[in-house]
Write a protein that binds this ligand. Structure first.
Ligand SMILES: [Zn+2]
Length: 497
């Protein structure tokens, strides 16, 4: 199933990747794009439908004003021009998951166009030019039943859920992104990550990739070094995590390079990303825009946002991520590298909230990027999906600062919080995790450790303080970790002086 691939370094030494990214964002409006049906995620299949979103004869769509408002705000945040007048268009195609057999979209008259954003990868700024951001409706969802993979191949039958049909989408399309070289996969990932943060700060979408409210189609083609004519591109569909975007592009660059190196031709086609196997496989041949027979939607009036309205919306834009990043890095006193790790780890919001809950920035960074990042990685979850809140992380640190627990016990407290045993204070109480401050118990443990290892004790008496390490270790074991190592050390040295 997997194709021949070239080593990545070899591939980018011979070819320049050119990227194109299409990101679909599901808006978080309460109702759908052209009807009043609810958009809430996770409802019983086919309970959020009506004649309009089922495309029944005679039904007439009406544009959702809140969705238009979100579209304009997104366009402005992307630095786009906002069309003074634009229309919807019908994109004709057989969609099993869209009963109308056309998608109401925008074609040559998008609501927002000609924008640009700047992202940073490894200290280098990349300007990503935005071709357009247009409004459209989502399709329903197909569920293929009976096969091993959940894909249509091998399935016995398919079910269709139309709850998602008609949910407002914004499609954001970049112009070809050149000059990223070996960084192409990271640039694509950083761009989508940037969009996710931006859309979240705009409050227009849940931007949950795992639920499909942010989806990325990643186009890439290769140009032999030194040439300027674009190669044939492939489009890898619906890559549903940031990590997958990077991996899928890395794979496609290696695969295309192998095809070209062997004198072959890259086919223009859509491809599917297989997360488990880490490879792409061919989908359908890419349809040309002409094949969709676009024409202006006759059932909807054009949209003509007044300049006053656009300016009012511009005034509602929040601080943009790049500006916010600079501010937070300065406030927290992080080095570029430390802050880069925070961004790469998608921990910015969590750390900000943890700091707001009373923790120092350094402590917040430590917990989220080490212990909690490790747990998230093990469970294959995003940090935000862990069963612990920023306030709880701040509470753990507060307990450490107060000397109630040490770092080692804090990890057990985190275990308890993640296991749903309540707030950190509750876990300390229920698991009896507080550092033992009973000096009698501590002294007894120290005496026991000295008696058990007289050689080490003698060395410490002779001034070889580093020999105390073994004794501190056995005291900590005796205390089941529930002692303050600094206090143990002080007590030991006092005993052996
Ligand atoms: Zn409806």
């Amino acid at each position: 199933m997997t194709a021949e691939i070239l080593d990545f370094r070899d591939a980018v030494a011979s070819y320049d990747p050119v990227l194109g990214l299409e990101v679909h964002v599901e808006l978080n409006t309460h109702s759908k794009m052209f009807c009043g049906c609810s958009t809430e995620f996770g409802a019983e299949p086919n309970t959020q439908t009506c004649p309009v979103c089922l495309g029944l004869p005679g039904s007439l769509p009406v544009v959702n004003g809140a969705a238009v408002e979100s579209a304009i705000r997104i366009g402005l945040a992307l630095g786009c021009e906002i069309a003074p007048w634009c229309r919807f268009a019908r994109k004709n195609y057989f969609y099993p998951d869209m009963t109308k057999d056309f998608q109401t979209s925008q074609y040559d008259e998008p609501i927002a166009f000609n924008g640009s954003v700047t992202i940073e990868v490894d200290g280098v700024d990349y300007v990503i030019e935005i071709e357009r951001a247009h409004m459209e409706e989502d399709a329903g969802k197909l569920l293929h039943v009976g096969g091993a993979t959940g894909r249509i191949q091998g399935a016995e039958y398919s079910l269709i859920d139309y709850n998602r049909a008609g949910v407002p989408l914004i499609e954001i399309v970049t112009k070809p992104i050149r000059g990223t070289g070996a960084n192409a996969p990271e640039v694509a990932k950083a761009y989508v990550s940037f969009l996710r943060d931006m859309l979240r700060s705009l409050g227009v979408s849940d931007v949950r990739m795992e639920q499909g409210s942010l989806r990325c189609d990643a186009n890439v083609s290769l140009m032999p070094k030194g040439e300027t004519e674009l190669g044939t591109r492939t489009e890898t569909k619906n890559v549903n995590s940031l990590r997958s975007i990077e991996r899928a592009l890395r794979y496609e660059i290696r695969r295309q390079a192998a095809v070209l190196r062997s004198g072959g031709r890259v086919h223009q086609e859509t491809r599917h990303w297989h997360e488990d196997g880490g490879y792409t496989s061919p989908g359908r041949s890419k349809v040309q825009a002409e094949d969709y027979r676009y024409f202006p939607e006759p059932d909807l009036v054009p949209i003509a946002p007044s300049r006053e309205w656009v300016e009012q919306l511009r005034a509602t834009l929040p601080e943009m991520p790049a500006v916010r990043n600079k501010r937070l890095q300065a406030e927290w006193g992080f080095t570029d590298r430390e802050f880069g790790d925070v961004i790469a780890g998608s921990a910015l919001d969590l750390i900000e909230a943890t700091v707001a809950a009373g923790a120092s920035a350094a402590a917040a960074r430590k917990w989220w990027l080490s212990e909690l990042a490790r747990r998230a990685n093990e469970a294959d979850l995003e940090l935000t999906e862990l069963n612990i809140t920023p306030a709880q992380v701040a509470a753990v640190q507060k307990l450490v600062d107060a000397g109630t627990i040490n770092d080692k016990l804090a990890r057990q407290v985190i275990d308890g919080v993640l296991a749903g045993e309540g707030d950190p204070e509750d876990v300390v109480a229920s698991r009896n995790l507080a550092v033992v401050s009973d000096s009698g118990a501590l002294e007894a443990a120290v005496d026991k450790a000295i008696a058990a290892d007289p050689d080490a004790a003698q060395k410490v008496r002779d001034g070889k303080v580093q020999a105390a390490g073994a004794l501190i270790g056995s005291v900590m074991r005796e205390m089941r970790g529930q002692a303050d190592a600094a206090a143990v050390r002080a007590l030991l040295l006092a005993r052996l002086s």
